[in-house]
Ligand binder design. Structure first.
Ligand code: GAR
Length: 237
């Protein structure tokens, strides 16, 4: 993959576009999906920075390799959640993002942080919310005998993993599935629905209403169900 400095267009930093800040804690495969969507001109956003609470997150290396600005706000360096949230908020605000994307960010954010970014923070979660909020979603889906599992993108509110749903992708649970195999198939879908939701937001099609997400002026009673290639991101006009 070429680095940003080697490329002229499209770039990952274009001042005319919506700026997003991506928060990660781990591998950054969802970040990679966002980067790839920008590069193929299917996502009209600029990544202002990638910020991690984990200095060793592999996703940070990936971001740097793409020429992106990265920062670490290590939660262990702060006395409590409020102090961490305050520091993180200041660093995120420094990039003046129109949207904050939680792409595998594994810290719970307090009400003050969430309130500050209300209506402009999306999260990707590896389950069909409201089923399996929290961690270990794949193992829990298997234990529960679910026949359908999947991933959800939602607006972040004070309700942990409970904010208004935007889009979901379903993944069939196979006989003799392992949590790892199921997770891999779910992740593939995450890489499709997260850039899609960001694109909707960047295009002004998606916003947070009083109690639900609003897509194309219609309040979503149910999340938009991603069904495959029909909604695949096309290049920006
Ligand atoms: C993804 O599966 C994402 O849905 C999950 O962490 C993984 C990060 O993968 N997020 C959560 O569980 C948040 N509650 P990635 O670092 O390869 O994008």
């Amino acid at each position: 993959m070429s680095t940003l400095s080697e490329r002229s267009s499209p770039t990952l930093s274009d001042g005319a576009k919506l700026t997003i800040v991506v928060l990660i804690s781990g591998n950054g495969s969802n970040l990679q999906a966002i980067i790839e969507a920008i590069r193929r001109q299917a996502l009209p956003v600029t990544i202002g920075a990638v910020i991690s609470n984990q200095a060793q997150a592999p996703g940070l290396r990936l971001a740097r390799a793409s020429g992106l600005t990265t920062e670490v706000v290590d939660h262990c360096q702060y006395a409590d959640r409020a102090a961490f949230d305050q520091a993180l908020r200041e660093r995120v605000d420094a990039y003046r993002p129109g949207l904050v994307v939680l792409a595998g960010f594994m810290r719970i954010l307090g009400d003050s942080f969430v309130g500050h970014f209300r209506g402009r923070m999306l999260n990707i979660h590896p389950s069909l919310l409201p089923r399996h909020a929290g961690r270990n979603t794949h193992a829990r889906a298997l234990r529960a005998g679910d026949t359908m599992h999947g991933a959800s993108v939602h607006f972040v509110t004070e309700d942990l993993d409970g904010g208004p749903l935007v889009v979901q992708a379903r993944v069939a649970v196979l006989r003799d599935d392992s949590a790892e195999r199921l997770a891999a198939r779910v992740l593939e879908q995450e890489h499709r629905i997260l850039p899609l939701a960001i694109r909707w937001f960047a295009d002004g099609r998606l916003r947070l209403g009083e109690s639900a997400a609003i897509l194309d002026g219609v309040q979503l009673q149910q999340p938009y169900l991603f069904s495959g290639d029909g909604e695949a991101l096309e290049s920006c006009p």
